[in-house]
Design a protein around this ligand. Sequence first.
Ligand code: PMP
Length: 458
Amino acid sequence: MPLTNVQARDLATILHPYTPLHTLPQTGPLVLDHGKGVFVYDTQGNEYIEGMSGLWCAGLGFGDEELIEAATEQMHKLPYYHLFGGKGMEPAIELGEKLKEIAPMPVSKVFFTSSGSEANDTQVKLAWYYNNALGRPEKKKIISRMKAYHGVTVMSGSLTGLPIVHGDFDLPVAGVLHTDCPHHYRFAEPGESEADFVARLAANLTALIEEEGPETIAAFIAEPIMGAGGVILPPEGYFQAIRPILAEHDILFIDDEVICGFGRTGNWWGAETYGFEPDTLSAAKQMTSAYAPLGAVLVPERMVEAFEAESAKLGAFGHGFTYGGHPLGCAVGAKAIEIYQKRDIIGHVRKLAPQFEARLAKLADHPLVGEARGKGLIGGVELVADKATKRPFDAKAGVAGRMVKFAEARGAILRPIGDTVALCPPMVITEAELDLLFDKMEAALNDAEDWVRKEGLR
Ligand code: PMP
């Protein structure tokens, strides 16, 4: 198809993040114009059901009047202020109070950032600062996991465990270690039960800690469900096996709830869905339903006390971002949480989860699908060349990317992650809309199957 004028201008101007730049001139950018509910529309008026909530973030869908009103009001009242040097403002205080109230663990204070990457970058700096304050300057390494996604800044990108984020960027930096990815379908030994798999991963984590020396390890970071690594659900008992190992070695457990937070898995937090209590927590994305950029780090009392003592020595706590706690983001965030509560969005996710999981389970029968997995309203299907052996397609064939393009042509936005097609619709989706999304997904899988056969990709 020939490019439209706006597509040509896009190609000439935008360096697209996280995009196959080499094929974009052929596939063409999809330039969006407006959105309403769970639908977005491109500049030519084509309608798409948004199966990814943008980037797992627009949980309340598009055009929510209450959020727009909260943003507009705040822009008129105080469009900018900051929290440096002891300045304060009502929207940040209100959102901080709400976060403390709903947090899955005791929280003393909230540190605001503008994004998830900044939140996780901050987590590492706080862990380092904390251990310096406690007089143990050698306790600094951070353990993350293969296939984790924690952001793309120098440090959060180092925590991320994906080759494409490390590649030519010279990451990860020193002091970041990656332990096993808890994906039973992909990484279990033949015949290994979930329980044995969990026991092996826990033993590997212990071995890593002992090898490095627990006195050198500051923190462990994990997403409850690994999102951008391929929607990987932890096996039963995984966090229960990991948690005591960290506590035993005084290693902080950083819970990255950037995707799972605010109802996505059927509870406020993934930590509740999977039954663990972290030490600190990173939030972003659905905190504002993505209507404004905002991230947050939830900090426990013992860390705040250490920061206050260290500040007395150094003269100040020397960390902060110009837009951290931006009043627009905080006003929208406070309103989003109010909406999640008063419209019982979590109840709605729970109500739809059986339908979501049943339709996912049905996709598992498709000849292209090796594993279909999901929880609440987040899921993924992993495409394989051979269902029996789980043999993946040649990565160069880009089968998941192709399938997502077929879905786009049918009016559904999904996301390819390696061999997995992710879906994470707005939490306000209706039962009928959810069926529509799955109908389009099924049709796109059939298109992809026809294409695979035609190309002889098996
Ligand atoms: N953590 C997780 C779990 C994420 O999914 C993401 C973004 N996909 C980030 C951190 C980084 O957030 P941001 O893109 O806002 O920097």
